[in-house]
Write a protein that binds this ligand. Structure first.
Ligand code: C2E
Ligand code: CA
Ligand code: CA
Length: 704
């Protein structure tokens, strides 16, 4: 801020300066006037004197001329000059004029006559006026005399003008000089008087001017002071506002800075969230896609240069379902950190979601280095994962795809690596598999099946076959399993092992399940109305059906619609379905309370513990075909079947062995106490009409 200006003290400065200037101006003017008036006076008096000299010259010169020649003879001169006649003539001339003294000089400067007789004979050659006049030019001068002798008396305090006039002879030569003293006192007094008044007038005028100026200046001073005061006030106000605004700006600046910092933090967090998986902290699908698109877009990928390893954990879902999501999450974190510690920093390990990871490897020397990398990643799963003090064994399946060769764009490459991973799983899990174009053909085939299946369900093209279950005790029909069959006019026969997983993955399983259940119930009703006692029909159930909250009501509605007792229907549920479905026990309990029979399918292949099994409201265990196959093969198949049977006996459950093809199997199963047998030994799954012919008509017991 600039220091405040000291107010300028205009009035005193102006007062002094203008007083000085006016004083000077007045003095100058008065001086000039004085000079001018005395000049004018002198001029006037000179003229007067000149005309008087003319008179004196005309009247007296002839009488005086002889005196000139006596200038060198003082005694004779004094005698001649004292001539009373001469003097009388001079005095008579002087009497009617202002002339108070008359003097005459010879050209050599000797005073040849004077009304003051004492001066006769005196040398005036040194006198300036005389010397000028003797050369032919008149001269005058004004002087103040305190006392002067006039020819008749003495005068005091007089202003006297003395005028020298040359007197020329007939030849024009200066014969002598005449000097007249004129009394100018009245003129000078008059002039002095006038001068005094004039000076007074000037002083008065200057005074008025000065006062007027002072008034104006004082007013101007006041206005300026007021303006200065309001300017100072405005300045102070401005300073205040500037200070306020500066403070405001500083505060808002600080706020802005902290807002910017906050925003940067938020952006960084958002960026991290956008590009990282929240659970494991690994790069997420988005970052993976960006990196992959970047690598492919740069065109730096050589023939083997970029490999994509699609990693999927084996049976992770089971761990998640049996141990809970919390353990599942911990396991994923542990897997992620183990994989990350092994992957080179130049490679990208990302989690795509669920139990799917992907590793992007750039700058590979050969395709076999991708195989080696996949192998070493798999070896990371040999050690169990310690989750909450519990060892969890896990394996993974890896699909490998190479850029360009297995997909020019990111989507294709990812899809093909995924496909290769499925192939690895299909080949028995815990292995890696490179993508081959044949896999692609398989997926196209799968898409075709999926599309046709949708059509088939909509047009009820799906049929249901029935496979009998024969009671071991007496060989009579114990029940029948309803199995979906699809004979497509375009694709031909497609087995359920093929289309059921496709129906599950493409979200068609509920519709398919409803269709099978409906056809089965309709068939039972039809058999009953035809006079048969239909077998207990078991229908396979998938997770999605069991998870539907209204499933029990729908089943009951169906039974009521066909007026079937609930105990005629059995639902086969695999262990993995029970493990996977939310609230499976509650749903099964409701079904059981309604009177519907329940059976555990493929028993022994899942993970259900004994205590869990006790809670399930089931009546039957179905011994899986894999165990039946082991009978009579020298392996411990028989031991397993025996222990399943004793487990069932202990729990008071029936057993049905499935996939029984030989007499040996049948007899062993009979000896251990198996309730019923299902298998090709008796019959393959049959169309309803054929089943009716072979198992209902033929068996008298099934006729009313
Ligand atoms: P699953 O429930 O274990 O059905 C028994 C399978 O074993 C049937 O195969 C049957 O034909 C076959 N089988 C029976 N006896 C023998 C035998 O002695 N030797 C051999 N080698 N096989 C025998 P299928 O009909 O191909 O069904 C396969 C699977 O498809 C079924 O296995 C079942 O899990 C599923 N499935 C079939 N129909 C349905 C359905 O309507 N709904 C659901 N959710 N799943 C179904
Ligand atoms: Ca079954
Ligand atoms: Ca089965």
């Amino acid at each position: 801020m600039a220091p405040p200006l000291r107010p300028f003290r205009l009035i005193p400065y102006f007062f002094l300066l203008s007083l000085l200037l006016m004083g000077c101006a007045t003095a100058l003017m008065a001086g000039y006037l004085r000079h001018y008036s005395s000049e004018q006076l002198l001029k006037l008096e000179k003229n007067r004197a000149a005309s008087l000299v003319q008179i004196f010259e005309n009247s007296l010169w002839a009488d005086f001329r002889p005196l000139i020649s006596l200038s060198k003879q003082p005694t004779r001169l004094k005698q001649a000059a004292s001539n009373p006649e001469l003097r009388t003539a001079v005095v008579s001339l002087m009497r009617n004029s202002d002339v108070i003294r008359v003097k005459m000089y010879a050209p050599d400067g000797i005073t040849v006559f004077s009304t003051d007789a004492r001066q006769i004979g005196a040398d005036e050659n040194d006198d300036d006026g005389f010397r000028q006049a003797v050369t032919g030019t008149p001269a005058s001068e004004l002087a103040h005399n305190h006392s002067i002798d006039a020819f008749e008396h003495t005068l005091t305090e007089r202003d006297i003008i003395s005028t020298y006039v040359p007197v020329r002879g007939p030849t024009g030569r200066v014969e002598g000089v005449l000097e007249l003293y004129l009394d100018a006192t009245p003129f000078v007094m008059d002039a002095a008087h006038q001068l005094w008044w004039l000076t007074l007038a000037i002083v008065g005028l200057m005074g008025i001017l000065f006062i007027a100026q002072m008034l104006v200046v004082r007013h101007a001073g006041r206005v300026i002071a007021q303006q200065a005061a309001s300017l100072a006030e405005a300045n102070r106000e401005l300073d205040r506002r500037v200070a306020d605004r500066t403070r405001e700006l500083e505060t808002s600046n600080q706020r802005l800075h902290s807002e910017i910092a906050e925003r940067r933090r938020a952006e960084a967090t958002l960026d991290r969230l956008a590009h990282h998986d929240t659970l494991t902290g690994l790069p997420n699908r988005l970052q993976f896609q960006q990196r992959l698109a970047g690598a492919l877009g740069r065109g730096e990928v050589g023939e083997h240069g970029l490999a994509m390893l699609f990693i999927d954990l084996d049976r992770f879902k089971d761990v998640n379902d049996t141990q809970g999501h919390h353990v599942g999450d911990q396991l994923l974190i542990a897997v992620a950190s183990r994989l990350a510690s092994h992957v080179a920093s130049s490679d990208l390990l990302a989690r795509l979601g669920g139990d799917e990871f992907v590793c992007l490897m750039e700058g590979l020397a050969s395709q076999s280095s991708a195989d080696a990398a996949a192998g070493s990643l798999l070896s990371l799963f040999e050690r169990p994962f310690d989750i909450a003090g519990q060892d969890i064994h896990l394996s993974a399946s890896i699909g490998i795809g190479f850029a360009r060769q297995d997909g020019a764009d990111a989507d294709t490459l990812l899809r093909n690596a995924d496909l290769a991973m499925y192939q690895a799983k299909a080949a028995g899990r815990n292995r890696y598999q490179r993508y081959t174009p044949q896999l692609s053909a398989a997926i196209e085939e799968r898409v075709k099946v999926e599309r046709h299946l949708r059509q088939a369900i909509a047009t009820c093209e799906i049929d249901v076959h029935y496979q009998p279950k024969i009671r071991c005790a007496d060989g009579v029909l114990h029940g029948a399993e309803a199995l979906a069959r699809w004979r497509s006019p375009i694709l031909g026969d497609i087995g359920p092992a093929r289309f059921i997983p496709i129906a599950e993955e493409s979200g068609q399983i509920e519709a398919l399940g409803d269709l099978v259940l409906d056809k089965c119930c309709r068939q039972l009703a039809q058999w009953r109305s035809a006079g048969f006692i239909p077998p207990v029909a078991s229908v396979n159930l998938s997770v999605k059906q069991l998870e539907r909250a209204d499933f029990p009501e729908r089943v009951m509605a169906l039974l009521q619609k066909h007026r079937l007792p609930p105990e005629w229907l059995e639902l086969e549920i695999t262990e993995s379905v029970i493990m996977t479905a939310d609230d499976a026990i509650a749903a099964l309990s409701v079904l059981r309370q309604l009177g519907i029979r329940l059976s555990i399918d493929d028993f022994g292949t899942g993970y259900s513990s004994l205590s869990y099994l006790q809670e399930l409201p089931v009546q039957t265990l179905k011994i899986d075909r894999a165990f039946v196959l082991g009978i009579g093969c020298g392996r411990n198949g028989e031991a397993i079947v025996r222990s399943i049977q004793s487990l069932a006996d202990n729990l008071g459950l029936e057993t049905v062995a499935e996939g029984v093809e030989t007499i040996e199997q049948e007899s062993f199963l009979k000896t251990v106490g198996c309730t019923a047998i299902q298998g090709f030994l008796y019959a393959k799954p049959l169309p309803a009409a054929e089943f009716e012919d072979r198992w209902l008509q033929a068996t008298a017991i099934n006729r009313r």
